[in-house]
Design a protein around this ligand. Structure first.
Ligand SMILES: Cc1ncc(COP(=O)(O)O)c(C=O)c1O
Length: 393
């Protein structure tokens, strides 16, 4: 039975199939891909469908809940609610920045060479259309086999008088490297360079503080670590920059008099709601609210510690079985993503066997195997996964 208010004690959720029904179906380790809904998210969708069928929006409280979510999502990253817009995905938030700034030929954008395409194509498009220079900093392999884009290389690339913007993922989707956002953000702010972060691989489970990290723009859909459905996410724009960023699309909702339909006045709202052009993905946001409320009740520090435990546990088993780890594990670089390889076995074959014969779901990214466990996964599930992997003689 679900307790109506999400418990704050993380232990309550571990291995709890009432809270996470997927536990009864498979061993799921692909939260860096698309996450299962917790029961609370599913309940929100069922309640939405029930209400919508019988009463439409009447007495629904839907709109109040969306504003509650704006506040709780803001709190997760230490932003103000006035700095949060709802978007349909990470890409839309990044595209808002790419399309909304006033680019000049010769401007420079710096990113890494290993970004997920959502954080690459918008900048390639800006480069093509505006004569902007796009600099992509390559990944290197360290002596211990881990793959990283060194902080010093990002800063060296950004250290140029024409650099307008640095765009990185907080956590890289393939290597799992967590970038030192505070260092990059400070560097950028000192030089009036804009700093844009793709946070879909960290928001809700790793500490993120837009103020302390000097982040200007941040975007994250809900369908990974935030445990929401696809198609409902958040975009942060630093308050001082709101007037300088043109909305991606203009409709009836961006404006100050959004309820005064007959009197057209194209004055944009003063806050980040100026980026919302029309009605919201209501079921998506309600389900996202349910999971954000749960994650907020537990708290990011406890969740981060849990992910550290689970990834350390997996590393111990993988290493004992001869699988080299690709993800960096330094205290400021680890994340919930664990990529590893086999020196001899075919990765595709391992992935398929796990899925079809052992009911175990992980991912293949850039030719490597990737585990991404969430707070509710158990040590026993990880032990089972390791048992199912072929050994190396
Ligand atoms: C770093 C990163 N950004 C963005 C996305 C997805 O983008 P969107 O939310 O626009 O679908 C992914 C999905 O794998 C990702 O790993």
């Amino acid at each position: 039975m679900l307790i109506p208010t999400p418990p704050t004690d993380l232990a309550h959720y571990i291995g709890n199939a009432d809270e996470f029904p997927i536990l009864g179906a498979c061993d799921f380790f692909n939260h860096a891909g698309v996450s299962p809904l917790p029961r609370r998210g599913g309940e929100a969708l069922r309640r939405f469908a029930d209400q919508y069928e019988r009463r439409a929006y009447l007495d629904s409280g839907f709109y109040r809940q969306v504003e509650d979510l704006r506040r709780s999502a803001a709190a997760l990253i230490n932003a103000g609610p006035d700095e949060i817009a709802f978007v349909k995905n990470t890409s839309e938030g990044i595209a808002t920045v790419a399309a909304g700034l006033d680019w000049r030929a010769g401007d420079r954008i710096v990113t890494t060479a290993v970004e997920y395409p959502a954080n690459m194509y918008p900048w390639m498009d800006v480069a093509k259309r505006h004569g902007v220079e796009l600099v992509t900093v390559p990944e290197i392999t360290r002596d211990d086999g881990s793959r990283v884009v060194p902080l010093k290389d990002i800063l060296a690339a950004a250290d140029h008088w024409r650099t307008r913007l640095v765009a990185v993922s907080h956590v890289e989707y393939a290597s799992g490297q967590r970038h030192g956002l505070a260092a990059v953000g400070q560097f950028c702010r000192d030089r009036q360079i804009l700093f844009c972060v793709d946070a879909i691989q960290s928001m809700g489970v790793l500490p993120l503080d837009v103020r302390a990290m000097n982040i200007d723009f941040l975007s994250a859909d809900g369908h990974k670590w935030l445990l929401g459905p696809e198609g409902a996410g958040v975009f942060f724009c630093r308050r001082e920059l709101l007037p300088t960023l043109r909305p991606l699309s203009i409709g009836w909702l961006n404006v100050i008099n959004d309820q005064d339909y007959g009197h057209y006045d194209l004055t944009l709202k003063p806050d980040a709601r100026r980026f919302e052009c029309g009605t919201h993905n209501m079921p998506g946001l309600l389900a996202l609210k349910a999971s954000v409320d749960m994650l907020s009740a537990i708290g990011t520090p406890a969740i981060a510690a849990r992910l550290k435990h689970l990834t350390d546990h997996a590393i111990a088993g993988l290493t004992a079985k001869g699988y080299p780890i690709i993800s960096p594990r330094q205290s400021d670089e680890w994340s919930g993503i664990l990529s590893f390889t086999s020196p001899t076995h075919d990765h595709q074959q391992i992935w398929r066997t796990l899925r079809t014969q052992h009911n175990t779901e992980l991912a293949l990214r850039e030719g490597r195997l990737r585990i991404s466990a969430h707070l509710y996964n158990t040590d026993e599930q990880i032990d089972r996964l390791i048992d199912h992997l072929p050994g190396h003689s």
